[in-house]
Write a protein that binds this ligand. Structure first.
Ligand code: ARG
Length: 455
């Protein structure tokens, strides 16, 4: 393509290090769409003739059909998707193909293609998150009053409901969706027409190409247009945050599926067995969701490091922007789908959850709160009295609710029979009625409201 200036061809390692076609072939649809919008605008502006534009556009359609049918040919000599397509166009329609690149550079071309690709990627993630959210809502609704131990420090803390716990993840997904929506809105400006870096002297219409490609407007600075990869970083950062959330639920599923917990049974479809230990049902899908989060974060980090300190405008380093985005997108898609599938099909052992909630003295705070409320005991003293009650229950090997009233009165005479009403796990969760609390009424209200929210 630059034979006019060069006498010798590239070294073979140069060919190899320089080529992005092995991975940027994934941009082919966006590249064709961008070129068609560009050539239509060139014709409308009288920069190329209507006949040439028609030949170019028809040729691009033929190439799209070829790629669709048999994939993009990977020819390292042609470097990237832009040149592979343009050289095929020349084979198909002859010298008129050479007019397509008028008033354009690969710098604005690739920036446009990549934005279009990331925009589609966001839409795919968004569709996946919608399903994930529906799965969480459905299972939360099913278990809106199922009591389980709530943990801090992974120590039994206070009883909560399973519905409340699942809805915590729904809140995370809601924030993730808003981050992707933000990223999409910011991305939606078209760099096409910025040319190499300075704009062009041809009388192009950037508003027309922007509109044709579904962008809200053209970008406003040609240097920034070809140097900016914020949109890819926004995507990776939103994906990282989402992956972190998924990894936490994955980790909980792994813990919950372990025999000492026994809170869930993961379906066969998301588990594997062992080649040596016949009893095994390993939570591999959850473990891989947990693992993929590390790789996705690595992709984000990779692009941050690529972009750090790059002078304006385009540098070839920026060709390395695509592999981490492609990789992260594949991994997050799998993670969302696997997590959604697990949520939809996991068996929750609510009897086991309830039993553990009852055995961990999880209503100790309720006892202390009762002393404050009913006997006007200062909280610090109530905490101390309750600690003695827990010690008594522990040595007797019973839940707090099974301690005889004499034992409790011996610890503090201000305790009376009414205490038993607050010591059950059901009473405990029902009492947590503050906004956003775990009381089943609150959980149901939040689920109903969440069903109405767009995201
Ligand atoms: N393959 C290149 C990339 O992905 C396209 C842009 C090439 N621009 C250039 N000035 N060499 O970044």
């Amino acid at each position: 393509m630059w034979g006019g200036r060069f006498a010798a061809g590239p070294a073979s390692v140069m060919r190899e290090i320089n080529a992005s076609i092995p991975f940027d072939k994934r941009l082919w649809k966006q590249d064709i769409a961008g070129s068609k919008a560009h050539v239509a605008m060139l014709a409308k502006q009288g920069i190329v003739s209507a006949e040439d534009a028609q030949a170019i556009s028809g040729g691009l359609d033929t190439i799209a059909a070829e790629y669709e049918a048999s994939g993009v040919p990977v020819n390292l000599d042609l470097e990237d998707i832009h040149m592979v397509t343009e050289s095929r166009l020349a084979e198909l329609i002859g010298p008129a193909a050479g007019r397509l690149h008028t008033a354009r550079s690969r710098n604005d071309q690739v920036a446009t293609d990549f934005r279009l690709w990331v925009r589609d990627a966001i839409d795919e993630v968004e569709a996946g998150l919608e399903q994930l959210q529906q799965a969480l809502l459905a299972r939360a609704e099913e278990h809106d009053d199922a009591v389980m131990p709530g943990f801090t420090h992974l120590q039994s803390a206070q009883p909560v409901t399973l519905g409340h716990h699942l809805m915590a993840y729904r809140e995370m997904v809601r924030r993730d969706r808003s981050r992707f929506a933000d990223a999409r809105a910011r991305l939606n400006e078209c760099p096409l027409g910025a040319a190499a870096l300075a704009g062009t002297g041809f009388p192009i219409d950037r508003h027309a190409t922007a509109a044709a490609l579904g962008f809200a407007k053209p970008t406003d600075n040609s240097l920034d247009s070809v140097s900016d990869r914020d949109f890819a970083l926004d995507y990776l950062m939103a994906a990282t945050q989402l992956a972190l959330h998924l990894s936490r639920l994955a980790e909980e599923f792994i813990i919950w599926a372990s025999q000492p917990f026994g809170f869930i049974k993961l379906p066969d479809a998301y588990s594997t067995g062992s080649s040596i230990m016949p009893q095994k049902r390993n939570p591999d899908a959850a473990e891989l969701v947990r693992g993929h989060a590390g790789r996705i974060m690595g992709c984000m980090n990779a692009l941050c490091v690529t972009m750090k300190g790059l002078p304006l405008a385009y540098s070839k380093d920026m060709q390395d922007d695509k592999p981490p985005v492609f990789e992260a997108h594949d991994l997050i898609g799998l993670s969302i789908a696997a997590m959604t599938g697990m949520i939809e099909t996991v068996t929750f052992r609510t009897d086991r959850m309830r039993a553990l909630a009852e055995s961990g003295f999880a209503t100790a705070t309720d006892l202390a709160d009762w002393l404050v409320r009913e006997a006007n005991v200062p909280f610090r003293e109530a905490h101390h009295i309750t600690g003695r009650a827990v010690a008594a229950a522990e040595s007797a090997g019973t839940p707090l609710a099974d301690l005889p009233i004499e034992t409790l009165k011996a610890i503090d005479p201000r305790i009376d029979e009414r205490i038993y009403a607050v010591l059950t796990v059901d009473a405990s969760v029902a009492s947590r009625k503050s906004h956003g609390g775990t009381a089943p009424d609150q959980v149901r209200a939040r689920i109903a409201q969440a069903r109405k929210e767009k995201a």
